[in-house]
Ligand binder design. Structure first.
Ligand code: AMP
Ligand code: FE
Ligand code: FE
Ligand code: ZN
Length: 289
């Protein structure tokens, strides 16, 4: 019975996914999912189209956003904001700032690539992106199309990834800032794919959870395509211990991450209860807020 399943982490053409928001919803419907949250990087540009498609198709929908935070290398920390108010001026300021940080960085990557003898232009990358969020996956797609690399992975390994030849970081929010702004935008903040924190031991991991919870974190993404069964079990236990909501998603990006199917995270489905608990928490915030 697939109505029992949802997907709370996916990307559309509004950021670095390859399917339009309405198409992602159509895929959710075709996969028998009963609810979806769209979580594009740094934008809610796809949310209204997805919400409308979901309403027409009769599945439940939550607006979402994924924000990269400033943490020491080699860790990456992404926060998911669920139930943010698309009309919130704070949210608009936030997304404008995040998009600006990309726009400041991207030309530096292009210039470095040009210096390395790679003929690629900013307009080509912007055309590839199509939306306001222009990122490394779009640069990688152009490199692939022009034959400079043979895969997206190779584009990151050789040029775009941390430590690679044309790597430049972008300005990021601190975790506290990101959580605060998500909360002020009417949303709740969830730590995405904790495995990517690359912590060295459990004490370090638990310290991070505690610190984030102290500044307003509400949940932990326990099911994700990067989590094997042991990690799912571990994060589930920790979420319960820390009093954090549990969420899950595939991190579907369309053909940009070919092996990930909407609604399936490393062979695992995401239970409907995760969605219901988020909605319930949001409703109680609205009541008291
Ligand atoms: P950006 O936000 O523009 O810095 O690009 C980061 C995005 O690039 C991530 O959200 C991933 O979707 C993608 N990405 C990062 N590293 C890799 C990699 N090694 N292979 C494929 N995609 C990657
Ligand atoms: Fe992405
Ligand atoms: Fe992420
Ligand atoms: Zn994601």
């Amino acid at each position: 019975m697939s109505e029992r399943f949802v997907d709370l982490h996916c990307h559309s053409t509004a950021s670095d996914g390859t399917f339009a928001p309405s198409k992602v919803v159509a895929l959710a419907v075709a996969s028998g999912l009963s609810a979806l949250a769209l979580t594009d990087h740094d934008t809610i540009g796809g949310v209204s189209e997805a919400a409308e498609s979901a309403r027409k198709a009769g599945i439940d929908f939550l607006p979402g956003i994924e924000i990269s935070c400033d943490v020491p290398r080699p860790a990456t920390m992404h926060l998911l904001g669920y139930g943010v108010d698309p009309q919130s001026p704070i949210l608009h300021d936030l997304t404008r700032r995040l998009v600006q940080a990309r726009d400041d960085r991207n030309p530096r990557i292009i210039q470095k690539l040009n210096e390395l003898g790679v003929a690629i232009t900013m307009p080509e990358v912007e055309t590839e992106a199509g939306g306001e969020v222009v990122g490394r996956p779009h640069i990688a797609a152009v490199l692939l199309r022009k034959g400079y690399v043979t895969s997206i992975k190779q584009a990151f390994d050789k040029y775009l990834g941390q430590g690679a030849a044309a790597y430049f970081d972008k300005e990021r929010l601190t975790p506290r800032q990101a959580i605060g702004l998500v909360n002020e935008s009417g949303g709740i903040a969830v730590l995405a794919h904790p495995v990517q924190l690359r912590t060295e031991n459990d004490a370090q991991l638990e310290r991070i959870f505690k610190d984030l919870k102290d500044v307003g974190l509400d949940g932990l993404e326990v099911i994700h395509s990067d989590h094997d069964a042991a990690l799912v079990q571990k994060y589930t236990k920790l979420a319960d211990r820390f009093g954090l909501l549990k969420t899950g998603g595939s991190d579907f990006h369309g053909t940009n991450k070919k092996d990930i199917r909407l609604g399936v995270a490393n062979g695992r489905r995401i239970p409907r209860e995760f969605f219901d608990a988020l909605v319930e928490r949001l409703a109680s915030l609205r009541k008291t807020g």
